[in-house]
Design a protein around this ligand. Structure first.
Ligand SMILES: Nc1nc2c(ncn2[C@@H]2O[C@H](COP(=O)(O)OP(=O)(O)OP(=O)(O)O)[C@@H](O)[C@H]2O)c(=O)[nH]1
Ligand SMILES: [Mg+2]
Length: 244
């Protein structure tokens, strides 16, 4: 795989926001600061996923105030996977970094992923101190074991929203998941295509504003349905030259 240059660094940063009116400004400003510090050229994309609060309005205002910032809007809400798909498709620069829009990760840890790109094609972080209730951690452990076995991967924290990819990857893979399986789908397809995936620990902080939605039953049920479909589609790749 031909890797884009790390110097000069051209970096797209995006984050999905669903009803994050209390977080979107803070997240955007910290993305902007880190983007300006580490990259020679950067763009910040706020993916407003059909929010019903003032997230979209605030995002448009931030875009009007800062030339590097762009706001894109899914209308209606397309779900977490739909929001990530939009972010990857909208990214125009060589490397694409994404994290959550709710402030649970610290953009200041982005620079430590960059040197790893000399050795790896992708970096997928894991949470050092996951700020979730015990039951959710147990569920996550079981899910991760299942998914790693299914796709013959060894990813410590598949759903950790702190990853960087070469943009060209998204010309090579087709994304189907609109729910929580999106991270698994992308990493399983990367593994199939022999991308080298580096892993490093980052900190995770409790949500300080906005509603917790990531663990409801609907989200979990949808992830199982998508897992079943993804396994079938990756199995059929052996006889199909394009990965979809
Ligand atoms: N839940 C949810 N989040 C979305 C959606 N679209 C975009 N997002 C954003 O995706 C990010 C992750 O969602 P979260 O609800 O924070 O998921 P989580 O961090 O696993 O769980 P909690 O923060 O504990 O609820 C946030 O920035 C959301 O604003 C959607 O349709 N549903
Ligand atoms: Mg969150």
């Amino acid at each position: 795989m031909e890797k884009p240059p790390l110097s000069p660094l051209r970096l797209s940063i995006f984050f999905p926001c669903y009803n994050e009116e209390a977080n979107v400004e803070r997240t955007t400003l910290s993305a902007l600061q880190v983007g300006r510090d580490v990259a020679d050229e950067c763009e910040i994309i706020i993916v407003n996923d059909g929010s019903r609060d003032r997230t979209g309005e605030i995002a448009n205002q931030l875009a009007a105030n800062h030339p590097e910032v762009r706001a894109v809007h899914n209308n209606p809400n397309l779900g977490y996977g739909g929001a990530l798909q939009r972010g990857f498709r909208e990214s125009r620069l060589d490397w694409v970094f994404y994290t959550d829009g709710d402030g649970q990760f610290d953009f200041n840890e982005l620079p430590k992923l960059l040197p790893m790109l000399n050795k790896y094609d992708i970096v997928s972080a894991y949470r050092l101190n996951r700020q979730d209730p015990l039951l959710r951690k147990i569920n996550a452990f079981c899910w991760s074991t299942l998914v790693n076995r299914t796709f013959k991967m060894r990813i410590r924290d598949i759903d950790c929203a702190f990853k960087i990819f070469p943009r060209t990857l998204f010309d090579r893979i087709d994304m189907q998941s609109t729910g929580a399986l999106i991270d698994t789908e992308i990493l399983a397809k990367c593994t199939y295509l022999d991308y080298r995936i580096g892993q490093i620990g980052v900190h995770h902080y409790p949500r300080t504003a906005g509603d917790q939605t990531g663990a409801n039953l609907k989200v979990i049920a949808r992830a199982f349905v998508e897992l079943y479909r993804l396994r079938r589609s990756i199995k059929s790749v052996a006889t199909n030259p394009t990965i979809s």
